[in-house]
Design a protein around this ligand. Sequence first.
Ligand code: HEM
Length: 109
Amino acid sequence: MGHVLLQIHNITWIVMAVLFLISLIAYRQKAWSMVLRLTYVVMLVTGIWMLIRTHFPIVYDIKGILALLLIGLMEMALGRRQKQKSAALSLLFVVIDLILILLIGYKII
Ligand code: HEM
């Protein structure tokens, strides 16, 4: 079961990143950001499930919080894009946060 969760988690974050980029570019088409939000749910469900199975290791607790922040930052960037405002700063934080999450996820830090 753990392996299946990890596989789903591992594939979905890549789908999430691609959908985020498409949603930024095609920000007038709401369908993309709707599907993007579905990937948030899959990441949260598989992530929390793995946290429970691994008894909430502190490093992954922190990663979970960084992931919630990432979802907020991505929504902020999309919101600014839809209002035709610059999303540069929130995009910078999205990239920094995602790199941190991946470094923890792949056990590099
Ligand atoms: C939404 C952004 C997220 C990204 C980009 C992300 C990315 C990753 C990556 C790349 C891995 C390593 C996969 C592997 O070793 O093959 C991982 C593992 C993990 N993630 Fe996430 N994750 C996210 C959200 C979450 C959330 C919200 C939680 C918990 C609330 C979470 C909990 C975990 C746990 C517990 C593992 C480790 C599983 C293990 O090695 O046994 N993740 N994540």
